[in-house]
Design a binder for this molecule. Sequence first.
Ligand code: 0O2
Length: 212
Amino acid sequence: MEYKIQGKSEIDNWETLMLLYNSALKEMGTKLEILNDEFQHIHQYNPIEHIKVRIKTSESIVRKLKRKGLDSTIENMQKYVNDIAGVRIICSFTSDIYRLADMITNQSDISILDTRDYIKNPKNSGYKSYHMIVTVPIFLSDSVYDTKVEIQIRTVAMDFWASLEHKMNYKFSHNAPDEIKKELYDCSIMVSDLDERMLKLNEEIHNLARLG
Ligand code: 0O2
């Protein structure tokens, strides 16, 4: 997907680029905190367990561009690397994921560029998560820049699985033995099962507590 930071003037240096992405993470972090607080205020519970933010390292940005057959220019970074600024939101239940995605979509200053539902359509590895590529406006002294952020929303169980799979790929340089990949895939089925059962259980607890 091709997208360039939209602003009055071109971004042509690394420092300004990083300033924008760091600011976009701060903006998104504040927005999410407010949504979580409002949800707590109305429904007496927090849909967000915790939030992790990160800026992709320069090495990782260069690697991604190389993989796509592109030169490491500031322009290509803005256009083709969607996850330089990344926010990971961890929830308790799958229903919270879709609730949060809707709340983010409803923010009038956020534009949704792309969504990928790896929960309804998991990757072959078993990877599950809900991904959104959004832009958030960053107001500098003389310009406004719509800056891209990748948001990954997943349950605690999905996050646990993805961390181990990430570690496996790192340790084996994406060449893990088949039996380990198979075992991890089986675990991803257990993760889906656990998420489904915990959601049902939560609903039952909620209903019983309301009656009693
Ligand atoms: P890192 O080290 O986390 O930054 P695209 O260029 O948009 O076509 P892209 O960016 O690979 O392709 O999109 P995708 O598939 O939505 O993945 C974006 C990010 O999601 C990845 O960033 C990972 O963080 C995470 N992810 C995607 N697939 C997997 C997976 O199978 N296992 C795990 N553990 N994480 C995954 P990076 O840059 O690959 O990695």
